[in-house]
Structures are given as C-alpha cells and as structure tokens.
Design a protein around this ligand. Structure first.
Ligand code: ZN
Length: 138
C-alpha cells in the first residue's frame, strides 16, 4: 500500500481536458464546467468532477485550486478519499460501505433538490407564458 502523503496539485486551466491527465495537475475547463485530475494515490485513474450547483464547487486563490466537497473515488478499486484545498491533496479517511451508501443518498438528495428547483422555475415561466397568452400580452 502506498503511503498517503499530502501532496501538491497545480491548477491548469484548459479548454479541452486531456485524455490522459498528468499527475499533480488539476485541469479545469470552464467551458465544459468540469475539472479532471489523475488519482493522487498513484493508481492513475482519471477522476472527473463536474462543476456546478449540485456538484463540485471550484475556487481558486493565488493560482491554488480548491474543490468542495471532498473527492471520494468509491467507484474505483483504490477508494481514495481526499480534499483538494489550496493546491494541496489532503487525505481523508477511507470510505466504508456504510459511508458510500450514505454519500450516495446525500448526493441523490442534493440532485433531487436541484432538479426540483429547476422544475419549479420552469413551471413558473410556463404559467407566465399562459398568463401572457390569456391577457394577450408578451
Ligand atoms: Zn487511486
């Protein structure tokens, strides 16, 4: 097992994400609203973190990237879990089966909330359109 030392990760803004990301680099494409990096445990898996209100929040300060919340790679064998904060990989506890399930539930709840809000906004504009139509406006 590899020693899990905290290590640095550099920010690289790109338009297109490379097929094989270089280790130690967080690629961020604002155009595609996604960040990608190579798993810092050394397994070489490509980790894709979409950026958005129901996904990861990407921030940068002085060229040092942060992602929020933590990155939990429970889909790949190494099950790495770490934080990317101020350009550093900070290893966290490993995911247990129970936590994986709880994490998924939390993600689902977050996604549902996001979709509900979106649906509400859409139905609002739908009623506005109907109103305009009835009142002969717009
Ligand atoms: Zn890994």
């Amino acid at each position: 097992m590899l020693a899990r030392m905290n290590s640095k990760i550099e920010l690289k803004r790109v338009e297109f994400i490379p097929k094989v990301p270089e280790a130690g680099i967080l690629y961020v494409s604002e155009r595609f609203q996604v960040a990608v990096h190579s798993c810092p445990c050394g397994c070489g898996n490509k980790i894709v973190t979409p950026i958005g209100p129901s996904e990861w929040e990407f921030t940068e300060e002085g060229g040092k990237p942060s992602l929020y919340p933590s990155v939990g790679n429970w889909q790949i064998p190494c099950r790495s879990h770490y934080w990317i904060t101020d350009g550093e990989i900070q290893w966290s506890y490993q995911w247990s089966e129970k936590m994986i399930k709880a994490g998924r539930r939390r993600d689902n709840a977050k996604l549902e909330k996001h979709l509900r809000q979106k649906a509400r906004a859409q139905s609002k504009s739908f009623w506005k359109r109907i109103q305009h139509w009835i009142l002969g406006k717009g």
